[in-house]
Design a protein around this ligand. Structure first.
Ligand SMILES: C[S@@+](CC[C@H](N)C(=O)[O-])C[C@H]1O[C@@H](n2cnc3c(N)ncnc32)[C@H](O)[C@@H]1O
Length: 232
């Protein structure tokens, strides 16, 4: 098979996303993709087979230890980041809007201590509000259309308890002459985050305490944000 004939692993996800967005259902395609992947008919393009490198680095260099404190992992996918958080000693809940993703996470980590649950970031369980010492959000807000992102980031922040930490990892919106390209130019998903979108997680008592912009090891033209916030 020539390179031109090699199937594009992202093709199924792009097609499902386009169909879902055309039906004004911006999140329906996640379940369709995970279900198709479970039947071997698609691949999950963001499955890294391990925790995100920037989260791993953060865990190795920070003093964070769970010691039974509570953590929430947003849009957990196959659960690799949630497993790392649980290994730090956090009593961890990890959620995803896709029931097939949650099932796949449980199957991928059969001995897990993580509580994998189905939930919608845009309408999370009321009892989660302000209940977590650590909240980790990686690539979920950017997977939602730009008009939904303010509501999504607000909900991410809302789950952090007083004294708690929020870690956000996201792709950086493409910049031209140091300025992010405008919303209407971005052909998502994903819809990478601007600096303003990173600042939007800092609501009320939650403030941004550290922000890094790092190139991707696989493609140095792509940058990722790693942001850490604290609720005073
Ligand atoms: C791009 S993937 C990233 C998955 C994982 N965080 C990672 O970095 O590998 C986005 C994930 O968010 C989930 N998701 C999308 N919208 C969501 C919502 N409203 N509530 C909860 N999960 C959502 C998707 O099902 C998907 O697993």
């Amino acid at each position: 098979m020539t390179a031109e004939q090699t199937p594009d692993p992202d093709l199924a996800s792009r097609r499902l996303a386009a169909e879902s967005l055309a039906k004004d259902d911006p999140t329906g395609w996640f379940e369709e993709l995970y279900a198709a992947a479970g039947e071997g008919k698609a691949v999950v393009p963001w499955d890294r087979g391990g925790a995100h490198a920037l989260l791993t680095e953060w865990a190795e260099t920070s003093e964070f230890r769970g010691d039974g404190k509570r953590a929430l992992v947003v849009g957990t996918g196959l659960g690799w980041d949630a497993e790392l958080v649980a290994d730090l000693g956090y009593d961890t809940i990890a959620f995803d809007i896709s029931p097939s993703a949650v099932e796949a996470a449980r199957q991928t980590h059969p001995d897990t201590k993580v509580d994998y649950v189905v939930a919608d970031l845009l309408n999370p369980p009321a009892e989660w509000r302000g209940a977590f010492d650590l909240v980790v959000e990686i690539y979920t807000v950017q997977a939602l259309p730009i008009e939904l992102q303010p509501a999504a980031s607000k909900q991410v922040t809302a789950q952090v308890r007083v004294g708690g930490t929020l870690v956000v990892i996201a792709a950086v919106r493409t910049e031209v002459d140091g300025r992010p390209v405008s919303d209407d130019v971005v052909q998502g998903p994903p819809w990478p985050l601007t600096r303003a979108a990173i600042d939007a997680f800092a609501i009320g008592d939650v403030r941004l305490i550290q922000l890094e912009k790092q190139p991707s090891p696989s493609d140095p033209t792509i940058y990722r944000w790693r942001a850490e916030y604290l609720r005073d």
